[in-house]
Design a protein around this ligand. Structure first.
Ligand SMILES: C[S@@+](CC[C@H](N)C(=O)[O-])C[C@H]1O[C@@H](n2cnc3c(N)ncnc32)[C@H](O)[C@@H]1O
Length: 347
């Protein structure tokens, strides 16, 4: 919609509208995964990724005392590639599988339909709100979930803070800014995010999820495994980006048709967890995590007795997941758990 007047939205409102608007949002109308889509995620690169996550989950469940009933909640399950392999793998651990209530938290109706089709033989609860999960120990897993949540950005100039907006008039869509009082924003997230920063980028929704999940973990036991691309430096960076057909594209060019995403600031996650108290975390790279979980050995086993082409394909995909120039280093794995839990497999 273009008008004579200028209409402005804060960056996060613009992103959530582009991505999740009921009629025109990116995730509401298309399946973004794979060759024909805009990006590919680890579970769609190789089943080995999800197998390693499955083994990790079973081991983590043991570390919290093998509860007879617990939730396994996947946040943002995409095309269900991971959940499908998780379930296949869990069947090899019957007492675990019997205790497991499978839950998916998914916002996109299109993807929810794809998930329901792909997982039609399994007993899964889809929930729109984490408040609806049963009050029992809960293990969360989030692969590329947090990067899909809308972000805010702020720039400090001459001692004053300005928030990034997206404006549109009859002719064009463009970035703009408005002077704001940072204290009001910090009060909302209950965190002094501007400390030692000249530029700020964060997802209010992401922080809310972190807080809500931490509360559940503290009250009922459990943990969250987060796998996502991101960085660990103290100074925040501008990581806003759009992807269209596997290439970077202009954020304002293909609104509703390109994926708008950002890199996770894992330092910020660490600081927030510390402030919440009662929790412990571990952080490593995807390469380290998958290697420690035995992905190379598993690749050898499944490559055995395969023909050359199949073998080459298995190792090509493995490299994609673990090579430092590909997903191995940029992608990080973070575990958040109760303070008294010393489980550290994969880290
Ligand atoms: C980048 S995709 C990753 C999908 C999948 N985990 C994978 O690795 O292939 C992000 C997923 O999160 C979902 N999502 C984004 N925001 C959400 C929200 N606020 N609540 C629930 N799901 C959300 C998207 O619809 C999508 O399924």
């Amino acid at each position: 919609m273009k008008t004579d007047k200028i209409v402005s939205l804060p960056l996060d409102k613009f992103i959530s509208n582009s991505m999740y608007n009921k009629n025109s949002g990116y995730y509401m109308k298309k399946n973004p995964f794979g060759k024909k889509g805009d990006f590919i995620t680890a579970p769609n690169v190789s089943r080995l990724f999800s197998e390693m996550i499955a083994i990790w989950i079973v081991s983590f469940w043991k570390s919290i005392g093998s509860p007879k009933e617990f939730n396994l909640i996947e946040l943002g399950a995409g095309n269900a590639a991971m959940m499908k392999i998780l379930i296949e793998s869990f069947k090899k651990f019957p007492s675990f599988f019997k205790s497991c209530r499978l839950v998916i938290h998914e916002i996109s109706p299109t993807l929810k339909n794809i998930q329901k089709k792909k997982l039609s033989n399994s007993n899964i609860n889809w929930i729109n709100d984490l408040k609806k999960i049963k009050k029992i120990p809960s293990i969360f897993v989030a692969n590329e979930f947090f990067d899909a949540l809308a972000i805010k950005q702020f720039q400090k100039k001459g001692g004053l803070w300005f928030e990034k907006f997206v404006s549109l008039n009859k002719e064009k869509t463009f970035f703009s800014e408005e002077k704001i009082n940072m204290k009001n924003y910090e009060r909302k997230i209950d965190f002094r995010i501007s400390k030692n920063q000249n530029f700020i980028e964060y997802s209010e929704l992401g922080i809310n999820y972190l807080k809500q999940i931490s509360k559940i973990i503290k009250a009922r036991s459990g943990g969250i495994l987060i796998i996502d691309y991101g960085y660990t430096e103290d100074k925040m960076k501008n990581t806003l980006q759009a992807l269209y057909k596997h290439e970077y594209s202009d954020v304002l060019a293909k609104i509703g048709s390109s994926d708008i995403t950002h890199n996770i600031n894992f330092r910020l996650f660490e600081k927030i967890i510390k402030k919440l108290g009662g929790l412990k975390h571990s952080l490593t790279t995807q390469k380290e995590f998958l290697t420690k979980m035995g992905i190379n050995e598993r690749a050898e086993i499944i490559a055995k007795n395969q023909n050359f082409l199949k073998k080459a394909d298995i190792y090509y995909r493995l490299k994609r997941l673990t090579d430092e120039k590909q997903m191995g280093k940029l992608f990080k794995v973070m575990l958040i758990k109760n303070q008294n839990n010393n489980f550290n497999l994969g880290f």
